[in-house]
Unconditional design. Structure first.
Length: 131
């Protein structure tokens, strides 16, 4: 089970028929049980095209843990840890062409409903219209 919660402070409005680039850094802490998830699914817009990459970094291994590329708004990157890092950063970068207006934003949470997850001050998500 993927437990995701909308990060309403990391959401913005997009208009139909436009192309946007988006980028964000989600800084978080969690207890050492389970793992983490992040997704671009806190969204009410629909997309005729979307492609984005999420990379995960943690303080314990001092490096890139997982990187994946998605072409669906609802896809989630799930990173499982046995003992788990307690500090993690998710780097998000992508492009979307909208077919309906709405919101575009980030959801994040713990993996498999285990443990706790908190987003930290300094996290950001920016959206820029490019066409």
């Amino acid at each position: 089970t993927v437990e995701l919660a909308p990060l309403t402070e990391l959401t913005d409005i997009v208009e139909s028929g436009n192309t946007y680039e988006f980028e964000g850094m989600i800084l978080a802490t969690a207890d050492a049980v389970g793992g983490f998830n992040v997704s671009i699914n806190n969204s009410t817009c629909t997309a005729s095209f979307v492609r984005y990459k999420i990379s995960t970094y943690n303080a314990q291994t001092a490096g890139n843990v997982t990187t994946d590329v998605f072409n669906s708004i609802s896809s989630a990157l799930a990173v499982a840890f046995n003992a788990g890092p307690t500090s993690v950063a998710f780097k998000i970068k992508g492009v979307i062409t909208t077919s309906s207006s709405g919101t575009l934003g980030v959801s994040a949470g713990n993996l498999n409903g285990l443990g706790t997850f908190s987003t930290l001050i300094g996290s950001y998500f920016t959206i820029k219209q490019i066409a």
